[in-house]
Design a protein around this ligand. Structure first.
Ligand code: NDP
Ligand code: HEM
Length: 504
């Protein structure tokens, strides 16, 4: 051993003399309990796995910074957005959604786009996706929807039948389904996709005025996607291609960046706005709410240890700083519960002390104490209750938000607004997409739906037809369906359609 080699020790710092041969009774004899090094090593190994994320299990992360490029102080008092040129350290994690931790990066899936801003007012998390919309708009449907993206309870196989059954019974999914089955459902890399808040959030300024906002992080590398066949080939060639690409680009000094554009609506305009701003299945058309450029996100440092920094990273839409709040969007409200709750299960009650999750630029000051793995000073000798007379931390009304008027009857309300769920995906199909985009969309859908029972194919094709006649006709043709039957189903209400396509 050279004099510079570090000495191996036990977990408690005691020297380890031999790490190749277990202590046995005689050369071929059984192992002895007194080999405490073996016991420690095996016991630690036995506990190496923590629960993987219930969704977004496969992902890659990197550090960087966010720089403000425009004055937005008339919209928000967020300290990290207070000055042009101001930089804030960020940790980002990109992910697929439905697959397990070992699944392929190229799977057709939305991609998670999660950012943690280490601001001087504490951590702000923008936990978004690479799509501006989502499949559902009520949190009560989320566990069911996710079950359809996971494995069939009988076969333990992924099941297009489960997915299309759910989507065809959930017409508000059409917008996101159309994006998912376009080539944007298989981004070429994490660097070549946009990130969206998807939900509406609230910004409020120092005067107490508030605004409804949506975030769009537009890739400076340009959008690049894999076609269906390219993505299938990638699964065999390199199942970790996006993880590898992000790591290698940053290692090579080719730092990816995104330009933050915000859509901003006053409460007055939002009230009369054509689209329901609390409906995550809708976008705000750019022509009606032109985005304004606000800043730049740059990723320039790879984590040094994947488990410590990426696997243990915990994002949460409820990590908010003064100047930024939530909207009454009930999906978002459901998320405000779910993330902290799942982190308590996945990482434990003191997950906020794991370095990647710590508020690096703001001290943690409260009266929460103890619990498993409380590895900091635990509040030291300071008081552990509030109110107290001993100069303990006191609430500060800087985070009190402006009032927003809310009223109504407590009830399980259905979404009740005049917006048609098919108009925006119809525009996407007929106006935004190119001929090639449409051809790939139809091929991707047909390939995925081939094994789905025909009543479900018909029910779904009626929804495609309602979105755009050409869309419905081409998928129906690809699946060899009777077009007259698709049209008959399209003319029905969703309730009638479901009854007419029962597979019982
Ligand atoms: P615009 O023409 O102003 O914007 C179209 C948007 O569509 C661009 O942001 C573009 O993103 C994006 N886009 C292009 N191809 C695809 C695709 N295959 N899948 C998903 N998005 C794509 O139109 P509007 O604002 O009036 O919106 C029209 C439709 O565009 C919407 O119904 C929606 O489906 C889609 N869209 C709208 C967004 C919005 O916030 N308004 C955001 C993203 C999509 P890029 O610039 O990155 O190429
Ligand atoms: C991860 C719940 C909707 C983006 C997660 C996790 C849960 C969850 C439990 C795992 C977190 C972890 O273990 O660390 C929900 C619920 C939703 C919802 C209940 C709806 C009611 C959404 C939407 C978006 C989104 C609409 C995007 C706009 C993400 C991202 C991650 C994630 C990016 C991964 C974060 C990371 O990289 O660690 N979600 N989610 N989710 N969710 Fe959601």
């Amino acid at each position: 051993m050279s004099k510079d080699t570090k000495k191996m020790t036990s977990a408690f710092g005691c020297p380890v003399g031999n790490d190749l041969n277990t202590v046995t009774a005689g050369e071929r004899g059984p192992a002895l309990m007194q080999d405490v090094h073996l016991l420690e090593k095996l016991a630690h190994f036995d506990r190496e796995r923590i629960p993987e994320r219930v969704v977004h299990a496969k992902g890659a992360g990197a550090y960087g910074y966010f720089e403000v490029t425009a004055d937005v102080t008339k919209y928000t008092k967020a300290a990290f957005l207070s000055e042009v040129g101001k930089k804030t350290e960020v940790f980002a994690r990109f992910s697929t959604v439905g697959g397990e931790k070992g699944s392929a990066d190229c799977e057709r899936d939305p991609r998670g786009f999660a950012l943690k801003f280490y601001t001087e007012d504490g951590n702000y998390d923008m936990t978004g996706n690479n799509t501006p919309v989502f499949f559902i708009r009520d949190p009560l449907k989320f566990p069911d929807f996710i079950h359809t993206q996971k494995r069939d309870p009988l076969t333990n196989l992924k099941s297009p039948t489960m997915a299309w059954d759910f989507w065809s019974l959930t017409p508000e999914s059409m917008h996101q389904v159309t994006i998912l089955f376009s080539d944007r459902g298989t981004p070429a890399t994490y660097r070549n996709m946009n990130g969206y808040s998807s939900h509406t959030y609230k910004w409020y300024n120092a005067k107490g005025e508030y605004f409804w906002v949506q975030y769009h992080f537009k890739t400076d590398q340009g959008i690049r996607n894999l076609t269906g066949p390219e993505s299938d080939a990638m699964r065999g060639k390199d199942p970790d291609h996006a993880t590898r690409d992000l790591f290698n680009a940053i290692e090579a000094g080719d730092y990816p960046s995104w330009t933050l554009e915000m859509q901003i609506l006053t409460p007055e305009r939002a009230r009369d706005f054509k689209w329901d701003i609390l409906d995550i299945t809708k976008v705000w058309p750019h022509s009606e709410v032109p985005p304004i450029t606000v800043g730049k996100l740059v990723l320039n440092r790879n984590p040094e240890n994947y488990f410590a920094e990426v696997e243990q990273a915990a994002f949460n839409p409820s990590n908010l700083v003064p100047g930024i709040g939530v909207s009454p969007d009930k999906m978002l409200q459901g998320r405000l519960f779910s993330y902290h709750d799942t982190h308590l299960h996945r990482l434990g009650p003191n997950y906020h002390l794991i370095p990647v999750n710590q508020a690096k630029n703001a001290p943690e000051n409260n009266y929460q104490r103890d619990g498993n793995m409380r590895v900091d000073k635990n509040g030291g000798s300071g008081p552990n209750y509030w109110p107290n007379s001993f100069d303990g931390p006191a609430p500060d009304n800087v985070s009190v938000e402006p009032d927003i008027p809310i009223e109504g009857v407590g009830q399980r309300h259905e979404f009740n607004h005049p917006n048609d769920d098919f108009v925006q995906p119809g525009t996407l199909y007929s106006v935004v997409m190119t001929d090639q985009d449409r051809a790939n969309l139809v091929n991707n859908i047909v390939g995925n739906m081939e094994t789905v029972p025909q009543p479900i194919q018909l029910r779904q094709c009626a929804l495609f037809y309602l979105t755009h006649e050409d869309y419905g006709a081409r998928v129906a043709q690809g699946l060899g369906l009777d077009m007259a039957e698709v049209k008959r189903l399209a003319a029905m209400t969703q309730e009638e359609r479901v009854a007419a396509t029962s597979i019982k």
